[in-house]
Design a protein around this ligand. Structure first.
Ligand SMILES: NC(=O)C1=CN([C@@H]2O[C@H](COP(=O)(O)OP(=O)(O)OC[C@H]3O[C@@H](n4cnc5c(N)ncnc54)[C@H](O)[C@@H]3O)[C@@H](O)[C@H]2O)C=CC1
Ligand SMILES: O=C([O-])CC(=O)C(=O)O
Length: 329
């Protein structure tokens, strides 16, 4: 194998998403079946032993593409020379915790990680934030990394995108492979807006094919937007394998490109497109090529969509104000 290995850092490596993610990265599903990887696992000190156990299992898989594993509780070590950073570890909301407390607790994680990325990561670093609240955690990390191009900080809405694909496929009696150009707009939260007005099912407009605004407003959108809570209710734990799968999809798409005639959803810094205030990390339809993404331009946004996009963007603005007030950005 002649290619230089790509350094991939995963934070929260001993957590449930970490366990579902690391083996897939090591097997080549993140970057490609011909791309060797070195894994860096970042955990908090009490979870280092568990991370070591996962590393032992990774060794035991004898993945031909896996060229090394390093484990650390120091972000300066874990992000040293890293090319792809998957920021999964985050502080979950616990009983009695207000939103401000949650943002502050996550600021204590994502600000130092952003700084470590700024100071130590490779020049081509790409960052995906999975840990919630993902969009605003991405904003915090980005603000702490002024030397890294802002567009390298992204947040995950691909799980929402994938959830929406399946719901639409079920409704239309098609398969997910028949569906193209679906979009998640806004925040990875219950205000997100899954948009099928530009989507196609087997080449035909999805909204026209469905032709059922009541289903759209009362079933499809709430099912997708509240799916995370439904999984917690059913499983007694939040989505893990599907979240890891979406993280793989997000980075694979970013690095390897979207298919002709299709797009994906990514939480990315707004350039002001579609009236989303510049700098907010909000989900958009994007095409990707040569490791870069571009927002799909020129889509007509009807009133139904406009009010929902605006509501989610308003929530993102409020989160941005809150972290600004806490001095985190
Ligand atoms: N954007 C999305 O679509 C989704 C996001 N999530 C979020 O992903 C995050 C992780 O989920 P799980 O793996 O299920 O949680 P988990 O609780 O099983 O694992 C989190 C891990 O992060 C570690 N951690 C905490 N602080 C850290 C720090 N400063 N540095 C490194 N590691 C640290 C913990 O020790 C723990 O091992 C949560 O915030 C969850 O809400 C989950 C599903 C979907
Ligand atoms: O709420 C959570 O921790 C899980 C989550 O983001 C999701 O499943 O979309």
């Amino acid at each position: 194998m002649t290619r230089t290995p790509v350094n991939v850092t995963v934070t929260g490596a001993a957590g449930q998403i970490g366990y579902a993610l690391l083996f897939r990265i090591a097997s080549g599903q993140l970057l490609g079946a011909d791309v060797p990887v070195k894994l860096r696992l970042l955990e908090i000190t009490p979870a280092l032993k568990a991370a070591e156990g996962t590393a032992m299992e990774l060794d035991d898989c004898a993945f031909p593409l896996l060229q090394g594993i390093e484990i650390s509780d120091d972000p300066n070590v874990a992000f040293d020379g890293t090319n792809v950073a998957l920021l999964v570890g985050a502080r979950p909301r616990t009983k009695g915790m207000e939103r401000g407390d949650l943002l502050e607790a996550n600021g204590g994680i994502f600000k130092p990680q952003g700084k470590a990325i700024n100071d130590h990561a490779a020049d081509d670093i790409k960052v995906l934030v999975v840990g919630n609240p993902a969009n605003t955690n991405a904003l915090i990390a980005q603000a702490a990394a002024p030397d890294v191009p802002a567009e390298r900080f992204t947040a995950m809405t691909r799980l929402d995108h994938n959830r929406a694909l399946t719901q639409l496929a079920k409704k239309t009696g098609s398969t997910v492979a028949d569906i193209k150009r679906l979009t998640i707009w806004g925040n990875h939260s219950a205000t997100q807006y899954p948009d099928i007005f530009h989507a196609t099912v087997a080449g035909k407009n999805a909204a026209e094919t469905v032709n059922d605004e009541k289903w759209l407003a009362e079933e499809f959108i709430p099912t997708v937007a509240k799916r995370g809570a439904a999984i917690i209710e059913a499983r007694g734990a939040s989505s893990a394998a599907s979240a890891a799968n979406a993280a793989i999809d997000h980075v694979h798409t970013w690095v390897n490109g979207t298919a002709d005639g299709d797009w994906a959803s990514m939480g990315i810094p707004s350039d002001g497109s579609y009236g989303v205030p510049e700098g907010l990390i909000s989900s958009f339809p994007v095409t990707t090529k040569d490791g870069k993404y571009e927002i799909v331009q020129g889509l007509e946004i009807n009133d139904f969509s406009r009010s929902r996009i605006d509501a989610s963007v308003k929530e993102l603005e409020e989160e941005r104000e809150a972290v600004r007030g806490l001095g985190l950005i």
